[in-house]
Design a binder for this molecule. Structure first.
Ligand SMILES: Cc1cc2nc3c(=O)[nH]c(=O)nc-3n(C[C@H](O)[C@H](O)[C@H](O)COP(=O)(O)OP(=O)(O)OC[C@H]3O[C@@H](n4cnc5c(N)ncnc54)[C@H](O)[C@@H]3O)c2cc1C
Length: 426
């Protein structure tokens, strides 16, 4: 327990480590513009405002309320309600951040300006870009935005509509139905997320529709925290979950939304009662349209400054960048935001970025009532990219540890409260 608490407090306290006094000294009105008010962007705004009082911080985010993906799976299970995972920007504004509820429609890296959909243009000295992901419509044949209204993805926060839709479909399903999931190949947002979702759907079905089954069709051969998840499924939901890996024809390549059919690579057609299709992904469109992404659709960045390799002055954090072996997680978006902001401001002032950064990730997953598991990793710049710090981190032990599982569910709640307070709290 102590180790986990220490890691958490360390992770949320890196601000102090990164705020080099020479960098924090006043210089007139440097303009830091942040695109995206989610995990990366809201964290960056908080850190910039707290650490550099003389810098003008502007946050561009179209939505007036941000619905988190973390804990969305608990909403799907009926263990939380959407308002409990939705946050407004009043406290961000009260800290002195200028929040513009508009969409960035274009970036001119040479002129250092952002064009907003509302028509305004904003000049910046440094830009932090954290726009998250785009779903690759058509990455699975037949799966487009219209199809997602029948076969929800519930994989981007949006207004919570997709999460609510999946919940409603599960509630409407008859006992004995099959819930199908299509899970993409790497890389994608939140590697353990689909398996937490399977667990949360199973916990609902066990309670409300115990004759039902889950068919998880996966493009991969293995997944994050796999032995721990599979232990939990065997203990809590025996016989309910079938997971089909890619090498056993698990890769979904086509869907028929009206018939609710998921078709795999070798032509097997699975008709299901409810389908949750998580399609392949890329960086959000603003990053791609600005010419920042590589052929795979993700933005390559410098591992110390997070400056895009394709454009100076634009620091890209969160899921939009490619930073293996770091996962695309809210915690990584939060943790790296401090280094990106400190680097951006140091470079804008002609200084050096803070050296030797460490990036933290703790990823909790809920497997059932009072049943949590976690993995912790520490990363740092190394080689041409990022490396895991040797002999760091850890994973929940396997075996029969009910008290540990109960405590990890409590720590997960504490993690969620700490990170959302940091982003959106007073
Ligand atoms: C089911 C699920 C469970 C998860 N659970 C966890 C978890 O337990 N722990 C964890 O650490 N992570 C978790 N994640 C992952 C986490 O949600 C993401 O890694 C995180 O949201 C990434 O932060 P981001 O800033 O890159 O993107 P986001 O948080 O998605 O924020 C991007 C923001 O940018 C805005 N935006 C996009 N384009 C523009 C534009 N052109 N102009 C202005 N704004 C724009 C969007 O409106 C959005 O608000 C989970 C994900 C899922 C799907």
């Amino acid at each position: 327990m102590t180790a986990l608490l220490t890691r958490r407090s360390l992770a949320l306290g890196t601000a102090a480590l990164l705020a080099a006094p020479s960098v924090a000294r006043a210089q007139a009105s440097l303009r830091l513009v942040i695109i995206g008010g989610g995990f990366g962007g809201a964290s960056a705004a908080r850190f910039a405002r707290d650490t550099y009082p003389d810098v003008q911080v502007t946050l561009i985010e179209p939505r007036t309320r941000f619905v988190t993906c973390p804990y969305g799976n608990l909403v799907i299970a009926g263990k939380r309600q959407l308002p409990e995972i939705s946050f407004g920007y009043d406290a961000v504004r009260a800290r002195g951040v200028t929040v513009l509820h508009d969409r960035a429609a274009g970036i001119d890296a040479a002129a250092r300006s952002v064009r907003l959909a509302g028509g305004q243009s904003l000049a910046y000295d440094r830009l932090i870009l954290s726009p998250g992901i785009a779903l690759r419509w058509g990455g699975i044949e037949g799966y487009d935005e219209a199809a997602s209204e029948l076969l929800p993805h519930a994989w981007v926060p949006g207004d919570g509509g997709q999460t609510a839709l999946l919940r409603r479909q599960l509630e409407a399903m008859e006992d004995g139905g099959v819930v199908g999931l299509a899970i993409p190949a790497n890389p994608f947002r939140c590697p353990p997320g689909p398996y937490e979702r399977i667990s949360m759907i199973a916990s609902y079905l066990k309670r409300a529709k115990p004759r039902s089954k889950i068919l998880a069709l996966d493009a991969k051969e293995g997944f994050s925290k796999q032995p721990l998840f599979q232990d939990a499924w065997a203990a809590l939901y025996p016989g309910m979950i079938e997971w089909v890996p890619g090498n056993r024809d698990g890769r979904v390549v086509k869907v028929d939304p009206r018939e609710r059919v998921l078709e795999t690579e070798f032509g097997t057609k699975h008709k299901v009662a409810v389908a949750n299709v998580i399609p392949p992904q890329s960086a959000a469109s603003i990053a791609i349209e600005a010419g920042l992404a590589n052929a795979g659709g993700w933005v390559e960045v410098d591992p110390v400054t997070f400056e895009a390799k394709a454009a100076q002055g634009i620091h890209v954090i969160g899921d939009a960048n490619t930073a293996p072996p770091m996962p695309k997680s809210g915690f990584i978006a939060n943790s790296t935001s401090r280094q990106a902001v400190a680097s951006a401001i140091a470079l804008a002032r002609g200084g050096q970025p803070p050296g030797n950064p460490t990036y933290f990730n703790t990823c909790y997953s809920h497997c059932g009532d009072e049943y949590g598991i976690s993995v912790v990793n520490l990363f740092r710049p190394g080689g041409q990219g990022f490396v895991e710090t040797p002999n760091s981190g850890g994973i929940s032990p396997r075996g029969d540890h009910p008290e540990q599982r109960r405590l990890e569910a409590v720590y997960a709640d504490a993690w969620y409260k700490a990170i959302t307070d940091y982003m959106f709290g007073a």
